[in-house]
Design a protein around this ligand. Structure first.
Ligand code: MF3
Ligand code: CO
Length: 290
């Protein structure tokens, strides 16, 4: 850790003197570090200008998902959703982050029924009444990243599937109650896990959320089966996703070995996921994308 002079420009890049910027912040984290807590590295703490850029990216992500929600219906293909996301993102002068990301071939992830996440849009996949689908949109705008996803019910879906979708959405609010500066990510993770289990569901363990903003995937990795008082301390200026994958049956999943991406439930039962992107502020949080 670089020792800073009180009148030096702050390490966060704000241009403000250290003593008026992150000096108190560092002292506070030092106490946590001393107690053995996992503390955020400086590179994931965003300054005001970066937050403003990421907020603008988030607005586009929200608008693209709004477009999908207004147009999605029975009978379309997931390829059609991919085209909407590509066109809408371009329309706003932005780039779909998934496209060519580590070889991902499309602009969006579309995960239907027992697909847990990272479903690849296809002209052969038609949405039918009773399907539930997660549409996961990520945007790069002026170099800043945003990421959020929503579930959609196609026509009439069974009460069982509808409840899974609703409880998964509600789990985000339950998790958010624990999101505040100087709390632990595990406080949020346990709250979501307890809520899912109480409702008869399981939570996927191997895949989690992530820091996001200056890159698509940054530290920390965010679990939703973690324990209260563990994992990274939430500090102002951190931005990460809350995106639990909740299964109707067991938490076991596997990756499609043909495409290397799509994750399925082992038991073939449905899985749901909602994702928001949150900023830790001085007194709580701000949702940057949903
Ligand atoms: N939004 C998804 C995530 O953060 C995107 C995965 S990478 C992709 O997990 F290439 F599949 F888009
Ligand atoms: Co994500």
């Amino acid at each position: 850790m670089l020792k800073m002079g009180r009148n030096d420009p702050c390490w966060c890049g704000s241009g403000i003197k250290y003593k008026k910027c992150h000096s108190d912040f560092d002292q506070r984290l030092e106490v946590f570090r001393h107690e053995g807590a996992v503390v955020p590295p400086r590179k994931i703490i965003k300054n005001k200008a970066q937050i403003e850029g990421i907020r603008e990216s988030g607005k586009i992500n929200i608008a693209v998902l709004d477009y999908v929600s207004e147009h999605i219906h029975e009978g379309i293909t997931t390829e059609q959703i991919d085209q909407w996301v590509y066109e809408q993102t371009m329309h706003y002068g932005a780039i779909p982050a998934p496209l060519n990301y580590q070889g991902f071939p499309k602009s969006v992830c579309t995960s239907v029924n027992d697909q847990v996440c990272h479903g690849i849009p296809s002209p052969d996949e038609v949405l039918r009444e009773g399907d539930i689908i997660n549409v996961d949109v990520s945007t790069i705008y002026n170099g800043y990243f945003s990421d959020s996803s929503r579930m959609f019910c196609i026509g009439d879906v069974s009460p069982e599937k509808k409840r899974l979708v609703d409880i998964t959405k509600e789990s985000l609010s339950v998790g958010l109650e624990q999101v505040k500066p100087w709390g632990f990510l595990g406080d949020m993770g346990q709250a979501i896990h307890d809520f899912a289990v109480k409702n008869g569901y399981s939570v996927v363990r191997q895949i989690g959320g992530h820091g996001v903003g200056l890159e698509f995937h940054e530290d920390p990795w965010v679990s939703y089966v973690s324990e209260k008082g563990t994992e990274m301390v939430m500090a102002p200026g951190m931005i990460f996703t809350i995106e639990p994958m909740i299964n109707m049956g067991s938490d076991e999943v596997f990756v499609d070995d043909e495409n290397g991406w799509t994750v399925y439930t082992e038991d073939g039962l449905p899985s749901a996921q909602w994702e928001i992107q949150v900023l830790i502020t001085d007194n709580g949080y701000e949702i940057l994308a949903y």
